[in-house]
Ligand binder design. Structure first.
Ligand code: NAI
Length: 353
């Protein structure tokens, strides 16, 4: 299938080429999909996009008039595409529901430990040959309470690690997962979770019900000195309210792999630009904020998984089948776990191609 790949970078392109094994004609650009770049895909059957690409209605309209009928998202999240509009146009959309949930869960843990044990500062002092420990005190995770918002694949992987540390794990999710209950995770309301947790980690998708799920009121509920981890999507957190909570010393710290206005910022080289986003600059300047540029997925295993499922989706379409990972206009909070378990139960025939 002739596929135009937007937002292709040196880190993921070889994995896609390897997975395609010349079954599909892939043409790559590092540029993002926007209204201005949509015409690059003219004459192609499909496009493959990532989280920073703009799949809003006007862009979909333009793609459709150019003949695009298939969009393969190379991400689990699908908040960057107007699924309703794609369905109206008859454009089929697939995503990658699962690709090493460990990569994201482990990054969340890495950020937590880096913040808690002051590793950045420790390294800085080490280079200065200042071996005093006065500023480096952390706390044990053992015995603490960790709240997980969203117990799908990534949330459960994170819960398992936190259980291994010896933490009590609370969770909130409209769907109670048996696997989480079996791990000893206790489901509670959002308020109970926030009031009771020393560490809160976000692992739910961004949609109409989760946008600004954590705003001023919820930060007020959180324990003093608690740590927030967000490896999910930036807009689940109200950024200005988060900054206020950090400034008021309500929260102890924030570990953020995602940022509300990361589009046009992350994944790109801005070394020679003057960044104007005040909230971003503020967060970056705060000692108790750790930021990474949406890299939680960046492991070899995850990149292999993303590439293989993306190509598998193209395989299905090329052969005239529906992919098991197609998204529908009514996807809201049911998340990808539901589809993954449908597949496991054998209700979907997987082709050996
Ligand atoms: P999943 O679909 O397996 O699980 C999501 C869970 O969130 C489901 O159990 C769902 O019921 C729950 N949920 C939905 N609405 C909720 C609400 N209002 N409150 C609490 N829970 C709610 O998804 P998975 O694979 O675990 O991924 C979670 C999210 O992680 C993705 O949607 C994506 O935004 C983010 N992600 C971030 C990456 C990164 O590199 N930073 C990479 C991959 C995913």
């Amino acid at each position: 299938m002739k596929t135009f790949v937007y937002s292709a970078h040196a880190y993921d392109r070889p994995f896609l080429e390897q997975a395609a094994r010349k079954r599909h004609e892939l043409v790559f650009t590092e540029e993002k999909l926007t209204l201005a770049t949509a015409h690059y895909a003219s004459g192609f059957d499909a496009i493959a996009v990532f989280t920073a690409d703009d799949c809003s209605a006007p862009v979909l309209d333009k793609l459709y008039t150019q003949g695009i009928r298939y969009i393969a998202l190379r991400s689990a999240g699908y908040d960057h595409i107007d699924l309703h509009h794609a369905a109206t146009l008859g454009i089929r959309v697939s995503h990658v529901p699962e690709y090493s949930p460990y990569s994201i869960a482990e990054h969340a843990v890495a950020m937590l430990m880096m913040m808690n044990r002051n590793l950045l500062e420790a390294q800085r002092l080490m280079k200065l040959q200042d071996f005093r420990l006065d500023t480096l005190t952390g706390f044990d995770i053992h015995g603490k309470t960790v709240g997980i918002i969203g117990t799908g694949k990534i949330g459960i992987a994170f819960a398992r690690i936190m259980k291994g540390f010896g933490a009590t794990v609370l969770a909130c999710d409209p769907v109670q997962h048996a696997e989480a209950v079996a791990l000893g995770v206790q489901y509670v309301s959002l308020e109970e979770l926030l009031r009771g947790s020393d560490i809160v980690s976000l692992h739910c998708p961004l949609n109409e019900t989760t946008r600004y799920l954590l705003s001023a009121k919820q930060f007020e509920w959180m324990k003093d000195d608690s740590i927030l981890i967000n490896t999910s999507r930036g807009a689940i957190v109200h950024t200005k309210d988060l900054i206020q909570a950090l400034e008021d010393k309500k929260l102890g710290g924030a570990c953020l792999d995602v940022y509300e206005r990361e589009k046009g910022l992350f994944f790109e080289d801005h070394r020679h630009a003057v960044i104007q986003d005040e909230d971003f600059l503020k967060l970056r300047s705060m000692k108790n904020v750790l930021l990474t540029g949406h890299q939680a997925f960046l492991t070899r295993e995850a990149l292999t998984g993303i590439a293989e499922t993306t190509i598998q989706n193209l395989d299905y379409w090329q052969l005239g089948y529906k992919s098991p990972y197609e998204l529908h206009a009514d996807e809201t909070f049911r998340g990808s776990s539901a589809r993954a378990s449908a597949k496991d139960s054998g209700s979907i025939t997987v082709l050996s191609i």
